[in-house]
Ligand binder design. Structure first.
Ligand code: ARG
Length: 278
Protein backbone atom coordinates (compact mmCIF):
# COMPACT_ATOMS: atom_id res chain seq x y z
CA UNK A 1 0.00 0.00 0.00
CA UNK A 2 1.05 3.55 -0.62
CA UNK A 3 2.01 4.67 2.85
CA UNK A 4 3.83 1.40 3.50
CA UNK A 5 5.85 1.58 0.34
CA UNK A 6 6.81 5.19 0.93
CA UNK A 7 8.05 4.32 4.39
CA UNK A 8 10.30 1.41 3.45
CA UNK A 9 13.19 3.02 1.64
CA UNK A 10 13.60 6.19 3.67
CA UNK A 11 13.94 4.02 6.76
CA UNK A 12 16.81 2.07 5.21
CA UNK A 13 18.45 5.23 3.92
CA UNK A 14 18.03 6.98 7.24
CA UNK A 15 19.72 4.10 9.01
CA UNK A 16 22.63 4.21 6.59
CA UNK A 17 22.92 7.99 6.93
CA UNK A 18 22.93 7.70 10.68
CA UNK A 19 25.74 5.15 10.52
CA UNK A 20 27.72 7.32 8.14
CA UNK A 21 27.34 10.44 10.23
CA UNK A 22 28.48 8.57 13.34
CA UNK A 23 31.77 7.78 11.61
CA UNK A 24 30.83 4.15 11.30
CA UNK A 25 30.49 4.15 7.53
CA UNK A 26 30.42 0.79 5.89
CA UNK A 27 32.76 1.07 2.93
CA UNK A 28 35.93 2.61 1.60
CA UNK A 29 34.68 3.36 -1.92
CA UNK A 30 34.73 6.75 -3.57
CA UNK A 31 31.29 8.23 -3.58
CA UNK A 32 28.60 7.87 -0.99
CA UNK A 33 24.92 8.32 -1.65
CA UNK A 34 22.71 8.08 1.38
CA UNK A 35 25.58 6.44 3.25
CA UNK A 36 26.21 3.80 0.58
CA UNK A 37 29.81 3.73 -0.62
CA UNK A 38 30.13 3.20 -4.38
CA UNK A 39 33.19 2.29 -6.45
CA UNK A 40 32.53 5.25 -8.78
CA UNK A 41 30.91 8.34 -7.38
CA UNK A 42 27.43 8.98 -8.66
CA UNK A 43 27.00 5.53 -10.24
CA UNK A 44 25.91 2.08 -9.26
CA UNK A 45 28.21 -0.23 -11.23
CA UNK A 46 26.84 -3.68 -11.99
CA UNK A 47 28.83 -6.64 -13.30
CA UNK A 48 26.85 -9.00 -15.51
CA UNK A 49 27.49 -11.77 -18.03
CA UNK A 50 25.45 -11.65 -21.25
CA UNK A 51 24.27 -13.23 -23.45
CA UNK A 52 21.71 -14.53 -20.98
CA UNK A 53 18.34 -13.50 -22.37
CA UNK A 54 15.95 -12.49 -20.85
CA UNK A 55 18.10 -11.56 -17.85
CA UNK A 56 21.00 -9.78 -19.58
CA UNK A 57 21.62 -9.46 -23.30
CA UNK A 58 22.84 -6.83 -25.70
CA UNK A 59 20.46 -4.83 -27.81
CA UNK A 60 21.63 -1.89 -29.94
CA UNK A 61 24.95 -1.87 -28.10
CA UNK A 62 23.30 -1.72 -24.69
CA UNK A 63 22.91 -4.40 -22.03
CA UNK A 64 19.22 -4.89 -21.24
CA UNK A 65 17.09 -7.49 -19.46
CA UNK A 66 15.24 -8.34 -16.27
CA UNK A 67 18.35 -8.23 -14.07
CA UNK A 68 19.34 -4.87 -15.53
CA UNK A 69 15.88 -3.40 -15.01
CA UNK A 70 15.86 -4.59 -11.40
CA UNK A 71 19.27 -3.08 -10.58
CA UNK A 72 18.20 0.11 -12.33
CA UNK A 73 15.44 0.35 -9.73
CA UNK A 74 18.12 0.05 -7.03
CA UNK A 75 20.16 2.82 -8.70
CA UNK A 76 17.05 5.01 -8.98
CA UNK A 77 16.30 4.58 -5.28
CA UNK A 78 19.90 5.53 -4.47
CA UNK A 79 19.61 8.54 -6.77
CA UNK A 80 22.53 7.47 -9.00
CA UNK A 81 23.13 6.34 -12.58
CA UNK A 82 23.37 2.66 -13.48
CA UNK A 83 26.57 1.59 -15.24
CA UNK A 84 26.79 -1.95 -16.66
CA UNK A 85 30.08 -3.85 -16.96
CA UNK A 86 30.26 -7.09 -18.94
CA UNK A 87 32.54 -9.60 -17.21
CA UNK A 88 33.04 -13.39 -17.22
CA UNK A 89 30.62 -15.27 -14.96
CA UNK A 90 33.51 -16.90 -13.08
CA UNK A 91 34.60 -13.61 -11.46
CA UNK A 92 31.00 -12.63 -10.81
CA UNK A 93 30.11 -15.74 -8.86
CA UNK A 94 33.46 -16.08 -7.04
CA UNK A 95 33.27 -12.63 -5.47
CA UNK A 96 36.42 -11.51 -7.35
CA UNK A 97 34.66 -8.66 -9.21
CA UNK A 98 33.24 -7.34 -5.95
CA UNK A 99 36.45 -7.79 -3.97
CA UNK A 100 38.56 -5.91 -6.52
CA UNK A 101 36.00 -3.07 -6.69
CA UNK A 102 35.30 -3.83 -10.33
CA UNK A 103 31.65 -3.26 -9.47
CA UNK A 104 29.30 -2.53 -6.58
CA UNK A 105 26.82 -5.26 -7.34
CA UNK A 106 26.57 -8.44 -9.40
CA UNK A 107 23.33 -9.22 -11.23
CA UNK A 108 23.67 -12.17 -13.56
CA UNK A 109 21.00 -14.79 -12.92
CA UNK A 110 23.17 -15.91 -10.01
CA UNK A 111 21.86 -18.83 -8.02
CA UNK A 112 22.22 -18.42 -4.28
CA UNK A 113 24.33 -21.36 -3.08
CA UNK A 114 25.96 -22.08 0.25
CA UNK A 115 29.40 -22.03 -1.30
CA UNK A 116 28.83 -18.62 -2.87
CA UNK A 117 27.30 -17.27 0.34
CA UNK A 118 30.73 -17.66 1.91
CA UNK A 119 32.15 -15.21 -0.67
CA UNK A 120 29.27 -12.85 -1.52
CA UNK A 121 26.43 -11.28 0.42
CA UNK A 122 23.18 -12.10 -1.39
CA UNK A 123 19.96 -10.12 -1.47
CA UNK A 124 16.59 -11.71 -0.86
CA UNK A 125 15.77 -14.12 -3.72
CA UNK A 126 14.06 -12.54 -6.74
CA UNK A 127 13.60 -15.41 -9.23
CA UNK A 128 13.05 -19.20 -9.14
CA UNK A 129 15.06 -21.36 -11.52
CA UNK A 130 15.62 -24.94 -12.64
CA UNK A 131 18.06 -26.53 -15.06
CA UNK A 132 17.05 -27.48 -18.58
CA UNK A 133 18.42 -29.62 -21.37
CA UNK A 134 18.60 -28.10 -24.86
CA UNK A 135 18.89 -30.63 -27.68
CA UNK A 136 18.59 -30.62 -31.49
CA UNK A 137 14.99 -30.89 -32.65
CA UNK A 138 13.88 -34.50 -33.02
CA UNK A 139 16.61 -35.83 -30.75
CA UNK A 140 15.64 -38.52 -28.25
CA UNK A 141 17.80 -37.06 -25.47
CA UNK A 142 15.35 -36.45 -22.65
CA UNK A 143 16.89 -37.69 -19.40
CA UNK A 144 20.16 -38.16 -17.52
CA UNK A 145 20.19 -41.82 -18.63
CA UNK A 146 19.80 -40.92 -22.30
CA UNK A 147 22.96 -38.78 -22.07
CA UNK A 148 25.18 -41.76 -21.38
CA UNK A 149 28.09 -41.63 -23.81
CA UNK A 150 27.09 -38.15 -25.03
CA UNK A 151 28.88 -34.85 -24.52
CA UNK A 152 27.06 -32.04 -22.77
CA UNK A 153 28.02 -28.37 -23.10
CA UNK A 154 27.95 -26.40 -19.86
CA UNK A 155 28.75 -22.84 -18.84
CA UNK A 156 31.89 -22.41 -16.76
CA UNK A 157 31.41 -21.96 -13.00
CA UNK A 158 27.62 -22.29 -13.13
CA UNK A 159 25.25 -24.45 -11.14
CA UNK A 160 24.44 -26.21 -14.43
CA UNK A 161 28.05 -27.32 -14.71
CA UNK A 162 28.05 -28.57 -11.13
CA UNK A 163 24.74 -30.33 -11.64
CA UNK A 164 25.93 -32.08 -14.82
CA UNK A 165 29.13 -33.23 -13.15
CA UNK A 166 27.30 -34.47 -10.08
CA UNK A 167 25.10 -36.50 -12.38
CA UNK A 168 28.09 -38.13 -14.01
CA UNK A 169 27.66 -36.45 -17.40
CA UNK A 170 30.57 -35.91 -19.72
CA UNK A 171 30.86 -32.14 -19.90
CA UNK A 172 32.58 -29.66 -22.17
CA UNK A 173 33.00 -26.21 -20.63
CA UNK A 174 32.24 -22.89 -22.35
CA UNK A 175 32.78 -19.40 -21.04
CA UNK A 176 29.30 -18.14 -21.83
CA UNK A 177 25.88 -19.20 -23.05
CA UNK A 178 26.55 -17.89 -26.56
CA UNK A 179 29.59 -20.14 -27.04
CA UNK A 180 27.70 -23.03 -25.45
CA UNK A 181 24.86 -22.74 -27.99
CA UNK A 182 27.33 -22.25 -30.84
CA UNK A 183 28.94 -25.59 -29.95
CA UNK A 184 25.52 -27.26 -30.01
CA UNK A 185 24.86 -25.74 -33.44
CA UNK A 186 28.12 -27.06 -34.87
CA UNK A 187 27.66 -30.48 -33.30
CA UNK A 188 30.68 -30.15 -31.01
CA UNK A 189 28.37 -31.22 -28.16
CA UNK A 190 25.20 -33.34 -28.25
CA UNK A 191 23.22 -31.28 -25.74
CA UNK A 192 23.53 -28.23 -23.50
CA UNK A 193 22.58 -27.70 -19.86
CA UNK A 194 21.81 -24.26 -18.46
CA UNK A 195 19.00 -22.53 -16.55
CA UNK A 196 15.76 -23.42 -18.30
CA UNK A 197 14.51 -19.84 -18.46
CA UNK A 198 17.31 -18.88 -20.88
CA UNK A 199 16.82 -21.79 -23.29
CA UNK A 200 13.47 -20.59 -24.68
CA UNK A 201 14.88 -18.23 -27.32
CA UNK A 202 16.67 -21.15 -29.03
CA UNK A 203 13.59 -23.33 -29.41
CA UNK A 204 12.69 -21.57 -32.67
CA UNK A 205 16.23 -22.11 -33.97
CA UNK A 206 16.09 -25.86 -34.54
CA UNK A 207 16.36 -26.88 -30.91
CA UNK A 208 13.95 -28.19 -28.32
CA UNK A 209 13.84 -28.60 -24.57
CA UNK A 210 14.64 -32.27 -23.97
CA UNK A 211 14.15 -32.19 -20.22
CA UNK A 212 13.51 -29.95 -17.24
CA UNK A 213 15.61 -30.90 -14.22
CA UNK A 214 13.95 -29.51 -11.14
CA UNK A 215 16.80 -28.11 -9.03
CA UNK A 216 14.77 -25.54 -7.07
CA UNK A 217 17.30 -22.70 -7.44
CA UNK A 218 16.78 -19.06 -6.56
CA UNK A 219 18.55 -16.00 -7.96
CA UNK A 220 19.95 -13.25 -5.77
CA UNK A 221 21.77 -9.98 -6.36
CA UNK A 222 25.23 -9.95 -4.81
CA UNK A 223 27.32 -7.33 -3.01
CA UNK A 224 30.76 -7.43 -1.41
CA UNK A 225 30.81 -9.31 1.89
CA UNK A 226 30.11 -6.95 4.74
CA UNK A 227 28.60 -4.14 2.61
CA UNK A 228 25.43 -4.04 4.69
CA UNK A 229 24.57 -0.47 3.69
CA UNK A 230 24.23 -1.48 0.03
CA UNK A 231 22.65 -4.83 0.85
CA UNK A 232 19.96 -3.11 2.94
CA UNK A 233 19.30 -0.66 0.12
CA UNK A 234 19.01 -3.52 -2.41
CA UNK A 235 16.56 -5.43 -0.23
CA UNK A 236 14.54 -2.27 0.39
CA UNK A 237 14.25 -1.76 -3.37
CA UNK A 238 13.27 -5.41 -3.92
CA UNK A 239 10.57 -5.00 -1.29
CA UNK A 240 9.34 -1.76 -2.83
CA UNK A 241 9.09 -3.17 -6.36
CA UNK A 242 7.26 -6.25 -5.06
CA UNK A 243 4.76 -4.01 -3.30
CA UNK A 244 4.20 -1.33 -5.91
CA UNK A 245 3.75 -3.73 -8.85
CA UNK A 246 7.01 -2.85 -10.64
CA UNK A 247 8.43 -6.35 -10.18
CA UNK A 248 5.34 -8.02 -11.66
CA UNK A 249 5.42 -5.63 -14.58
CA UNK A 250 9.10 -6.26 -15.31
CA UNK A 251 8.72 -10.01 -14.84
CA UNK A 252 5.80 -10.18 -17.25
CA UNK A 253 7.59 -7.98 -19.77
CA UNK A 254 10.75 -10.11 -19.81
CA UNK A 255 9.52 -13.61 -18.98
CA UNK A 256 6.25 -13.49 -20.88
CA UNK A 257 4.04 -14.76 -18.06
CA UNK A 258 2.96 -13.31 -14.73
CA UNK A 259 4.98 -14.46 -11.70
CA UNK A 260 2.18 -16.59 -10.27
CA UNK A 261 4.38 -19.37 -8.89
CA UNK A 262 7.79 -20.91 -9.51
CA UNK A 263 6.43 -22.91 -12.43
CA UNK A 264 5.81 -19.70 -14.34
CA UNK A 265 9.54 -19.09 -14.48
CA UNK A 266 10.05 -21.96 -16.86
CA UNK A 267 6.69 -21.99 -18.63
CA UNK A 268 7.75 -19.64 -21.40
CA UNK A 269 10.91 -21.62 -22.05
CA UNK A 270 9.50 -25.11 -22.04
CA UNK A 271 6.25 -24.97 -23.93
CA UNK A 272 3.36 -22.96 -25.23
CA UNK A 273 0.61 -22.74 -22.65
CA UNK A 274 -1.59 -25.69 -23.53
CA UNK A 275 -5.02 -24.80 -24.85
CA UNK A 276 -7.81 -25.62 -22.46
CA UNK A 277 -10.09 -28.59 -23.05
CA UNK A 278 -12.37 -28.31 -26.05
N1 ARG B 1 22.07 -19.64 -12.38
C1 ARG B 1 23.29 -20.22 -12.79
C2 ARG B 1 24.36 -20.03 -11.76
O1 ARG B 1 24.22 -19.24 -10.90
C3 ARG B 1 23.77 -19.70 -14.13
C4 ARG B 1 23.95 -18.21 -14.22
C5 ARG B 1 24.69 -17.75 -15.45
N2 ARG B 1 24.44 -16.36 -15.67
C6 ARG B 1 24.86 -15.64 -16.71
N3 ARG B 1 24.48 -14.42 -16.80
N4 ARG B 1 25.59 -16.17 -17.61
O2 ARG B 1 25.37 -20.65 -11.80
Amino acid sequence: MRTRHLAVLPAALAASLLLASCGGDAGSGEGTEGGVALVTEGSLTVCTNPPYEPFEYEEDGEVVGLDIDIVREVADDLGVELVTKVTPFEGIQSGADLNTDNCDIVASGITITEERQAKIDFSDPYFDADQGLLVPEGSDLDSVESLEGKTVGVQQATTGETWAQENGLQTVQFEDLGLQIQALKTGQVDAAVNDIAVLGPFVSEGFEIGANFSTGEQYGLGVKKGNTALLDAVNATLERIREDGTYDELYTQHIGTAPADSASASASASAEPSPSDS
